[in-house]
Design a protein around this ligand. Structure first.
Ligand code: PEP
Length: 249
């Protein structure tokens, strides 16, 4: 049985003060509670130490990116061991905003995944998803297959089952539009088939697949009720404590 995983993606939102206020309020409102899922947020680098200091023990700290080498003259980048020092356990890789604005490619994403698994205990949340034009041309599954195959190239079989894959149709991110639960299920099931064909059904059955794209407290249930959707990657609805708690509930 795959445990659900719900991760907020705070993107470039929240100062340290705001992150601290969020966690203080979240902790106050959820004291003594336990959630039936893995959960946490992917914050900007400057907020990671605030989360480390304030979070409850089961709250996951995730980063939004990392570099594919140990160290060096890479201005503006962050290394996996730097993230691990801050108790980061997951890292988003290949978010569509990074592909679009920071020239990330299937190849650079593949380098990062290989590096993460070989250098650290971090677990990647690999994002994939099609543009609106690709969706309208019914190219979704072809695009997803290309992205997944390229991203997973040369990864060790034993690492694949630890992976989280987030299916995020780009036209649904931050737009208020969502894929239907049936569409999202169909693509997530296809992702599982792709992994099964590359590795094995047993491995594919262990991979957790999230849906992302305008997930809110009002619609999360329909997505999570689908057999191949094991969680959600949530942008704007993760920024307010009340919404985030409602998502987890
Ligand atoms: C995201 O950034 O990964 C995302 C899904 O954003 P939103 O929930 O705001 O669409």
């Amino acid at each position: 049985m795959r445990k659900k995983i719900i991760i907020g993606n705070w993107k470039m939102y929240k100062t340290m003060k705001e992150a601290e206020e969020f966690l203080t309020e979240f902790n106050e409102q959820t004291t003594g509670w336990s959630f039936d899922c893995d959960y946490g947020v992917a914050a900007s680098f400057t907020n990671l130490h605030v989360l480390k200091a304030k979070k409850a023990s089961d709250f996951i700290i995730a980063a939004q990116n990392c570099h594919d080498q140990a160290q060096g003259a890479f201005t503006g980048e962050v290394a996996t061991n730097m993230l691990e020092e801050l108790d980061v356990s997951y890292v988003i890789i290949g978010h569509s905003e990074r592909r679009e604005y920071f020239n990330e490619t299937n190849e650079s994403i593949n380098r990062k995944l290989n590096w993460i698994f070989s250098s650290s205990k971090l677990l990647p949340i690999l994002c994939c998803g099609e543009t609106l034009a690709q969706y309208e041309k019914q190219e979704t599954k072809k695009v997803i297959e290309e992205q997944i195959k390229a991203a997973l190239k040369d990864l060790k079989q034993e690492d694949i089952s630890k992976l989280v894959i987030a299916y995020e149709p780009i036209w649904a991110i931050g737009t208020g539009k969502t894929a239907t639960d049936v569409e999202a299920q169909s693509v997530c099931s296809e992702i599982r088939n792709i992994v099964a064909n590359l590795y094995s059904k047993d491995i594919a059955d262990q991979v957790r697949i999230q849906y992302g794209g305008s997930v809110k407290p009002e619609n999360i249930k329909t997505f999570l009720a689908q057999p191949d959707i094991d969680g959600a990657l949530v942008g704007s609805a993760s920024l307010k404590v009340a919404d985030f708690i409602n998502l987890l509930n």
